[in-house]
Ligand binder design. Structure first.
Ligand code: NAI
Length: 258
């Protein structure tokens, strides 16, 4: 059965690969990105987010079979908080009513192994309170105090917590919409390319994200996991952060999280 699926981040990396896989299997993809997409919008700000939601709704005729939020940024500024948390939450919440109209709706977001790294709890708290100005103030403070490396992990930890909280509510589970996250380790995409060009950064990354199973992944590995999560086959998995990370999370957190 052909389905209509909104995917953000389709101009590059994981989102682009996922869009290709879905189109290959006959689905209609409505891609959202800054450029080179069906809907060009900046998910880092309120205006772009509203524009993205309105345009996707227009293009899909008000009903969506699935939404996958892949768009994201990784740097040491406040930007990850804007794009990775508020951009994703706004897109998912804005498109949820269109999912609720579908017969077998599905939703997924892309988190990160970085969500298990040390975070700035003030940023995470403000994100989960839906207070973007406070979250950006906390992020600016972290950056000014030398904690810029915490803004990306904080955005991804907050996103995972948002997803878990929302997944079991009447709006998501009650409407029959599974909502999950895939959390990659290191994936070879344009986002990670600069790391591979900097020996010192690569060393830091290899220590922070150990991947004993098959090493770095290609974007197709993450796209395949997302494809399954938003397939009709996924009737009962919800609220899960699925680490597709070559064993990084199991190495970092060990067996005692269960
Ligand atoms: P990428 O850089 O290849 O693709 C990200 C896409 O998001 C780009 O097309 C970009 O234009 C779009 N985007 C960025 N800011 C945007 C904005 N404000 N509005 C709309 N679109 C915007 O990166 P990749 O690797 O494909 O990343 C996809 C997701 O995977 C991200 O959420 C990232 O945080 C996550 N991730 C990536 C890892 C990696 O090693 N590459 C590891 C863990 C998580």
């Amino acid at each position: 059965m052909a389905r209509t699926i909104a995917v953000s981040g389709t101009a590059s990396g994981i989102g682009r690969t996922l869009a290709g896989l879905l189109r290959e299997q006959g689905d209609t993809v409505v891609g959202v990105d800054l450029r080179d997409a069906d809907v060009c919008a900046d998910l880092g700000g309120a205006e772009g987010r509203s524009h993205a939601v309105a345009q996707v709704l227009d293009l899909c005729g008000g009903t969506l079979d699935a939404v996958v939020a892949c768009a994201g940024v990784s740097d040491f500024t406040e930007l990850p908080v804007k794009v990775n948390y508020f951009g994703v939450a706004a897109l998912m919440e804005g498109l949820r009513p269109a999912l609720a109209r579908a017969e077998a709706p599905r939703a997924a977001v892309v988190g990160s192994i970085a969500g298990t790294h040390p975070v700035d709890e003030e940023i995470v708290r403000a994100c989960l309170a839906g207070d973007e100005p406070a979250a950006l103030d906390a992020a600016a403070k972290a950056v000014a105090e030398g904690g810029g490396h915490k803004t990306y992990p904080s955005s991804k930890a907050a996103l995972a917590r948002w997803m878990r909280r929302a997944s079991v509510t009447p709006e998501w589970a009650g409407e029959g919409i599974p909502l999950n996250a895939v959390a990659p380790g290191v994936v070879r995409t344009p986002m990670s390319a600069p790391l591979f060009e900097d020996e010192a950064m690569l060393k830091v990354m290899n220590e922070a994200v150990r991947m004993p199973l098959n090493g770095y992944a290609g974007p197709e590995v993450i796209a395949e996991a997302l494809r399954w999560l938003v397939s009709p086959a996924n009737t009962h998995m919800t609220g899960q952060v699925v680490y597709v990370d070559g064993g990084a999370e199991a190495t970092l957190r060990g067996p005692d999280v269960f």
